[in-house]
Ligand binder design. Structure first.
Ligand SMILES: Nc1nc2c(ncn2[C@@H]2O[C@H](COP(=O)(O)OP(=O)(O)OP(=O)(O)O)[C@@H](O)[C@H]2O)c(=O)[nH]1
Ligand SMILES: O=C([O-])CC(=O)C(=O)O
Ligand SMILES: [Mn+2]
Length: 647
């Protein structure tokens, strides 16, 4: 006699191909407790569609886990995983707050590893542009499918022995929205499950809407084991030497090995929503971008703005800002990723595919980002921040928020002293992983299935010299050029050392899923899709004066720059033409109540600097993008050079 559950499953898939019910009959005994002979210790395999199940079975054969856990996303599941993680020493409770946890990683696994991230396509030119002879490409890494298969086999064969394989069904974007996409992540890390639960929508809500026609992105992840079998830090298993993050756009497939950290392991984020996402977006005619989305209301009129800044350059802070000018309200839709498309009326609409914030901790304080501070002290996993003797957290920037008498333990677990310690208490790339719904200014439309209408797009980066506080693009081609020529100081979000100025086109350099030349073509083609293109601006909060200090106070004061943008959206005559674009006319940037602002220094345009800048960009295009560069970008270089010569 088949039991009740088996009957149910036959009913729910009755209308589908015979394959599944045949499968049911073949594995009649112990149906609900085994998959490929491996015991299923949690969850119901019948919620998986036949296609998902066959993907899972393939990877069970490869990874040979001891147990299978199918995630349902329930609170019960979450608390048992947190208990397990505590027992294994991966996380510890932070009793000062409600349901907050501290994870310390292996010090060799603290950021994304761009040098070990690859796009796998048949032809190299599909994935990356061809650099000039003798030049090392910096717009992504390519691997052939056969090398990928070899690398995967080497690393994944038996990699989950004695471990549990977690199966996480997840949705990027509101469950069931026409703009959303589904993924299945397999992982051997309970930390990853607990984090994916915050960052995406997981479990039953997702499996409920899947049928065997439902497409999904295949995401395989293992923290790995070093080749010699020696695990340096058993509480944070990883294999930094052999870490690899691979993407096969053609098969909608991601394979990540060796790292448990953020963008390397929470595969919905950079791997899916940006790298695979950008390739799907190209095919389907939309955009997957490294952008925050915010709503801003002035005098009852609301507009939405998207902004692309490189990693650790201010997206979370702008998305949650508290405007200092009276009469303004900012609300947050997302802080890292935007999926955008033109609707049938030619209006650009954006959704935030994520469900949480994986935000940079250092620099976050009640003075810089009070909204983040009132978001993160419940239901949050902190990684690599410092710990206080009263069961709380600490990082650089919290100097005024923690009493002097409280003792601090740094991210490595060592005693740390404010006065004498020479290293930072928190790792510069330490992060909070927190539910977006807890943000007190989360936008009422943040889960709207059709997305919010975007009126303006900002690009920005860390430019200590030369680049003004804000300038506006002259037209769409110039706007695409602005994105393409974006440069910024390196940060701790990836493995780059020092504060060198790097090219980071569209703040997407680490995240392109296909050839950057074609990406530019795709952006240029948006002009043919609508007569209602958003206005585009470039901002720089990070210009420094002769004393090495920031010229602009930033954070909540950035609303003054947004205010000028709103005026431009209302077609106010408040812009002055310059060779590089439009800047605010005198008095049009509201500085009321601000003291000691050197406005001339903030907007000074130095002909020598801009000559060098445009030469550097032109050289970069030539060497890095070569024949893949759309002719429009060369034309923009020529136009700018001429204009700058007349400065
Ligand atoms: N001076 C100055 N610093 C800022 C400003 N906005 C953000 N920062 C600092 O920049 C760092 C990173 O900012 P985030 O907002 O977390 O960066 P992000 O772009 O969201 O980064 P990812 O999550 O890595 O993509 C923090 O230390 C902030 O304190 C600003 O307006 N002025
Ligand atoms: O990917 C990560 O680890 C965090 C992030 O948002 C970025 O680096 O842009
Ligand atoms: Mn990011």
């Amino acid at each position: 006699m088949p039991d009740i559950a088996e009957k149910d499953s036959e009913i729910s898939y009755a209308s589908e191909a015979g394959r599944f019910s045949k499968h049911l009959k073949q594995s009649h005994f112990g149906l609900f407790h085994h998959l490929r002979g491996i015991s299923v210790v949690h969850g119901d395999i019948n919620v998986l569609t036949p296609k998902v199940r066959s993907y899972v079975e393939d990877k069970i054969d490869l990874c040979q886990p001891e147990k299978i856990h199918i995630c349902d996303g329930t609170d019960y599941e979450n608390s048992s995983l947190l208990t397990l993680l505590q027992k294994e020493g991966t996380i510890k409770a932070l009793p000062k707050y409600e349901n907050c946890w501290l994870a310390r990683t292996n010090p060799a696994d603290t950021a994304r590893v761009e040098s070990k991230t690859f796009i796998c396509t048949e032809k190299k030119s599909e994935a990356i542009p061809t650099p000039s002879e003798g030049v090392k490409g910096s717009l992504g890494n390519w691997m052939s499918p056969s090398d990928m298969n070899k690398a995967v086999k080497e690393r994944f064969t038996g990699c989950m022995k004695n471990r549990t394989m977690y199966v996480i069904p997840f949705s990027m974007g509101p469950v069931g929205s026409p703009l959303s996409k589904i993924g299945i992540q397999l992982t051997d890390s309970a930390y990853v499950v607990a984090s994916m639960r915050i960052m995406t929508r997981i479990g039953q809500a997702v499996t409920k809407i899947m049928n065997n026609e439902t497409e999904f992105v295949k995401c395989l992840h293992s923290v790995g084991t070093p080749a010699d079998g020696k695990m340096e830090m058993p509480s944070w298993p990883c294999d930094p030497e052999r870490t690899l993050i691979l993407h096969k756009p053609q098969a909608n497939e991601i394979v990540s090995y060796g790292s448990g950290y953020g963008g390397n392991s929470l595969l919905g984020k950079k791997c899916f929503a940006l790298r695979i996402g950008s390739t799907i977006a190209k095919r389907e005619g939309w955009l997957a971008e490294h952008m925050l989305i915010l709503g801003i209301t002035k005098n009852g009129k609301k507009r939405y703005i998207a902004a692309a800044f490189p990693s650790a350059c201010g997206k979370t802070n702008l998305a949650m800002m508290t405007p200092t000018l009276p009469g303004y309200k900012v609300e947050c839709v997302g802080d890292d990723i935007a999926w955008m498309r033109f609707d049938e009326n030619g209006q650009l609409r954006a959704i935030n595919p994520e469900h949480g914030f994986f935000g940079v901790a250092p620099g976050t304080s009640n003075s810089s980002n009070p909204i983040a501070m009132s978001t993160v002290f419940k239901n949050t996993i902190f990684t690599n921040v410092a710990e206080t003797s009263d069961g709380g957290v600490y990082w650089e920037g919290m100097e005024n928020e923690v009493d002097e008498s409280v003792k601090i333990t740094d991210w490595l677990g060592k005693p740390w002293d404010r006065k004498t310690s020479k290293t930072p208490a928190a790792h510069p790339n330490s992060r909070f992983c927190t539910p977006a719904s807890q943000c007190p200014i989360i936008d009422p439309q943040w889960e709207s299935p059709e997305g919010v209408p975007i009126s303006a797009i900002l690009f920005g980066g860390r430019r200590p010299v030369g680049v003004p506080l804000i300038h506006e693009a002259k037209n769409w081609k110039h706007a695409v050029f602005m994105g393409a020529s974006l440069r910024s100081e390196a940060t701790a979000a990836a493995e780059h050392k020092g504060k060198v100025i790097m090219h980071d086109p569209f703040a997407m350099r680490p995240f392109f899923g296909y050839n950057f030349g074609q990406y530019l073509q795709h952006w240029l083609s948006m002009e043919t899709r609508t007569s209602n293109l958003p206005k585009v601006f470039l901002v720089n909060w990070f210009r420094k004066g002769g004393d090495g200090k920031f010229l602009w106070p930033g954070f909540g004061e950035n609303c003054r720059v947004l205010d000028w943008i709103l005026k431009r959206l209302d077609n106010e005559d408040c812009a002055l033409k310059t060779p590089i674009g439009l800047i605010p006319k005198k008095e049009s940037l509201n500085l009321e109540g601000l003291k000691d602002i050197d406005i001339d220094a903030l907007f000074k345009l130095d002909a020598e600097f801009w000559k060098q800048e445009i030469n550097a960009v032109e050289k970069y295009f030539e060497e890095q993008v070569g024949k893949d560069l759309p002719s429009e970008m060369k034309e923009q270089c020529e136009i700018l050079k001429k204009e700058i010569d007349s400065m």
